[in-house]
Design a protein around this ligand. Structure first.
Ligand code: SAM
Length: 456
């Protein structure tokens, strides 16, 4: 009974967040997870509680008059008949055994994750992607969430050796957007119907806690949008203040869980502090984002497997997996690019291991190849981050070379190419306005496409 979990759905996101706060305050261990596909829109969340806490949680929510839409038992995932459906497989026996384990709903060991990451067999990789896709369909559904990002300052006090806006990069024109400029972009995103805005920057001392709070409060008041912050490391009290001012989600990538490698690429950031910040964010009730970079110098498959297991253990809700891309003016400028196929395999394994999470098809992946973003959506990823930084600043937010500016049209195209569904908060007018390839779209919408009329 005690290993069982239940998902509590409140009637609105606001009451869901309120409810989670009430339960946390009462000492109940909770987690915010994506709602099951049959019980919510793509960006909907649910409160996960253990069976042991369910009765108490229900009582408390009732006491606070938080209206519930339903309570569902979390079923262990089983992909019945998957191997049979995949046909007669000319693949190794140990590979099949691991797939059978996934099919039966059992957790993978580190060595098994490494075995799957290591495969160079195209057939095995395709099976891995198919399995991840099935897990995604069952757990979070077919729809892709689209979020708009504003990179509002490229000033940074840190010296991360891979990053093209680090404090040591000479010759980079630095910029910071004004509150009015940021609000103008937020208003555009809101008018498009998007539900979440991501505010990202270097660690810029100009943007103090007070200034950020004013900005967060304005966004909340004027648009009601969900806000994701991606502004690096702060004190616990600051994270709490941002939460109180309206921030919902926070992205802080661990980058790598290999301590030595972390220290090597972060001369002025402490690994334990990074982990502690992530713990604080969870404790404060943020939907917490993290992730890693693939292709860091000396990084091994065992490191990547450890990253995936860390995401699971730490209860990370949004996991960004991006290939390393060299950045001009940095210590690692001459290092090789991260591998696309390895990135896709890591996306797939992260979906299989972490299950009820958001996984973006990252900008870094789209920067290496547009079709890689589409492929990621077919191998476990279920969200896309648009770059909405105004054109006059974009080139300067040069965290790596050849950064791709994924806009709404590109995102719609990638989602369609992947045979996935567009988010239901985009109106048909907006979709039509941003559709690049009308002929292709109408073919799909009349059911002539591969994936039928119900698809995007
Ligand atoms: N300052 C905030 C922070 O560190 O969390 C947010 C901005 S930081 C530039 C956002 C992310 O960019 C990092 O977490 C890192 O994973 C990614 N990034 C930076 N340089 C990169 C590179 N050369 N290749 C791939 N990803 C990179």
């Amino acid at each position: 009974m005690n290993d069982k979990y239940f998902l509590i759905m409140a009637k609105t996101t606001q009451s869901m967040l309120e409810g989670e706060g009430v339960l946390k305050k009462a000492g109940i261990k909770t987690d915010l997870v994506p709602a099951p596909p049959e019980h919510g829109t793509v960006c909907a969340i649910a409160i996960k509680v253990s069976a042991a806490d369910l009765a108490k949680a229900e009582g408390l929510l009732q006491e606070k008059a938080i209206a519930l839409a339903g309570i569902y038992e979390e079923e262990p995932l089983k992909l019945i008949g998957l191997l049979e459906k995949l046909g007669k497989l000319p693949v190794a026996g140990d590979f099949i055994k691991i797939i059978q384990k996934i099919e039966a709903g059992s957790a993978l060991e580190k060595e098994e994750i490494i075995r799957l990451l290591a495969t160079r067999q195209p057939r095995e990789a395709e099976i891995l992607f198919t399995v991840a896709d099935r897990v995604q369909q069952k757990i979070v559904g077919d729809r892709v969430d689209i979020r708009g990002a504003i990179e509002f300052s490229n000033f940074c006090r840190r010296r991360c050796t891979y990053c093209g806006i680090n404090a040591d990069v000479a010759g980079l024109q630095r910029y910071r957007m004004t509150e009015a400029e940021i609000m103008a972009v937020v208003a555009e995103l809101h008018a498009l119907g998007l539900k979440t805005v991501i505010l990202q920057s270097g660690e810029d001392s100009f943007w103090t806690r007070e200034k950020l709070i004013t900005l967060l409060q304005r966004i909340k008041k004027e648009t009601g949008m969900r806000i994701t912050l991606s502004v690096g490391e702060w004190r616990r009290a600051d994270y709490a203040a941002f939460k109180a001012a309206g921030a919902n989600n926070f992205l802080l990538k661990i980058e790598t869980t290999n301590r030595e490698l972390f220290a090597q690429i972060h001369p002025d950031t402490d690994y334990d502090q990074r982990q502690e910040s992530l713990t604080w964010l969870k404790e404060l009730g943020y939907l917490t984002g993290s992730g890693n970079i693939l292709g860091l110098p000396g990084q091994t498959l065992a490191d990547i497997a450890a990253d995936i297991l860390y995401f699971k253990k730490a209860g990370i809700n949004m996991i960004g997996i991006g290939p390393f891309i060299p950045a001009q003016g940095t210590t690692l400028a001459e290092n090789p690019y991260g591998d696309i196929q390895l990135t896709l395999k890591t996306v797939a394994l992260t979906r299989i291991v972490c299950q009820k999470v958001y996984i973006p098809a990252t900008t870094a992946l789209a920067s290496l190849a547009a079709e890689a973003q589409t492929k990621a959506l077919q191998a476990g990823a279920n969200s896309i981050m648009l770059i909405n930084t105004p054109p006059q600043y974009r080139q300067q937010y040069n965290i790596y070379n050849q950064k791709n500016y994924v806009d709404l049209a590109a995102a719609i195209q990638a989602i369609r190419a992947a045979g996935r569904l567009l988010p239901d908060y985009l109106s048909p007018e907006i979709v039509a306005r941003f559709s690049k390839d009308q002929a292709h779209n109408s073919l799909r919408e009349t059911g002539g496409g591969e994936s039928g009329a119900h698809r995007a």
